[in-house]
Design a protein around this ligand. Structure first.
Ligand code: TYM
Length: 333
């Protein structure tokens, strides 16, 4: 039997941050040799935020270089740019006919965006999960490695795939599943501002491309409190977030060391932050070096994008042909 298919993507809205890396890209690298992998740059999705053409292009180039610097091998996996595969926009149109206003309006991410940016509640935002479903099912993906924040979008993709199969009484699409290593929970990397997740638009992100100086500055500014007052007390969210980050980048012993100090009310947050910053830097520095080198090699980037576009189009056009036949969009004359 052939390999199962994996697909995932990232919007090119700036630099990749630790959330993108630990929630998604690290899994891409781990999976690339065992599955038939498609990793793409979701430039069409990013249009909902109305980037300038210059920002869009530099964002695409940056994410491409960052994918490669993180260790995605363009020979093992198919790396491509979403807009290089126009078939996905066609499938998106078809899927939109069976996506309902009510279910789209109820999506948490839509409601959140509509609340945060009432001046730009466009139809692309509303149908964002439909385009995402098209991305996934056009390659008949079985698995989608994404962070916890994408859980609901993925649930919608499953729903649209099932609905299509049911409507046309044919198992055209496998039902895609989230992928987590060891069957564990989907990852959520917290931010440094004491709340929620790390995210570009939240302005609380540490990027792979940040210099050591920037990383130290960001970590030292992270929100804390005045310290524990009782032995073994529960950690408030801001402090828990620092420990979660520490768990991701530091050794078990380091985490335990600071945990013990916290429980004894002897912790000095400054020391914890210094350690956290250095451990993040140890993780990101080699990647940053590679990003810088790869960004300079335009010819290589162009070659990777072209190779990926060809492979992705081949897979997408095959599915689209089947979809059109199933729907009845065949030439009759
Ligand atoms: P995007 O660009 O917002 O994020 C890219 C990936 O990074 C993960 N991520 C996180 N994981 C854990 N903790 C965080 N703080 C964190 N922040 C971001 C996201 O879960 C995601 O895996 N809609 C997608 C892009 C997309 C896509 C797709 C993904 C379009 N089509 C098809 C998979 C399959 C998005 O906006 O991700």
């Amino acid at each position: 039997m052939g390999k199962l298919t994996v697909l995932s993507g990232i919007r090119p809205t700036g630099y990749l941050h630790l959330g993108n890396y630990f929630g998604a890209v690290r899994s891409f690298v781990k999976m690339q040799n065992d599955y038939n992998c498609f990793f793409f740059i979701a430039d069409i999705h990013s249009l909902t935020t109305h980037p300038t053409p210059e920002d869009l292009q530099s964002g695409v180039k940056q994410v491409l270089a960052e994918y490669l610097a993180c260790g995605i091998d363009p020979e093992a996996a198919t790396i491509f740019i979403q807009s290089d595969v126009p078939e996905v926009a066609e499938l998106y149109t078809f899927l939109n006919m069976n996506a309902y206003l009510g279910e789209l309006e109820r999506t948490t991410s839509f409601k959140e965006k509509a609340r945060k940016q009432p001046e730009n509640v466009n139809a692309g935002l509303l149908t964002y999960p439909v385009l995402m479903a098209a991305d996934i099912i056009i390659h008949k993906a079985n698995f989608v490695p994404v962070g916890k924040d994408q859980e609901q979008n993925l649930e919608m993709a499953r729903k649209f795939a099932k609905r299509f199969n049911r409507m046309y009484k044919k198992e055209v699409f496998p039902i895609p599943r989230p992928f987590t290593f060891d069957g564990g929970d989907m990852i959520k990397v917290p931010g440094l501002d004491g709340s929620g997740k790390m995210g570009k638009s939240e302005g609380n992100a540490i990027n792979l491309y940040d210099t050591p100086k920037e990383i130290r500055k960001k970590v030292m500014r992270a929100v804390t409190d005045s310290g524990p007052t009782e032995m073994d007390q529960e950690k408030p969210e801001a402090i828990q977030n620092l420990f979660t980050l520490l768990k991701i980048v530091s050794t078990h012993d380091t985490v335990e060391h600071f945990d013990t100090l916290y429980n004894k009310c002897e912790i000095r947050y400054g020391d914890l932050k210094k350690q956290l910053a250095e451990d993040i830097i140890a993780y990101t520095s080699p990647i940053r070096g590679k990003i810088i080198d790869i960004l300079e090699d335009e010819a290589y980037l162009a070659k990777v994008a072209k190779m990926g576009a060809e492979k992705a189009r081949e897979s997408a056009s095959e599915t689209l042909k089947e979809v059109k036949a199933v729907i009845g969009l065949k030439r009759l004359f």
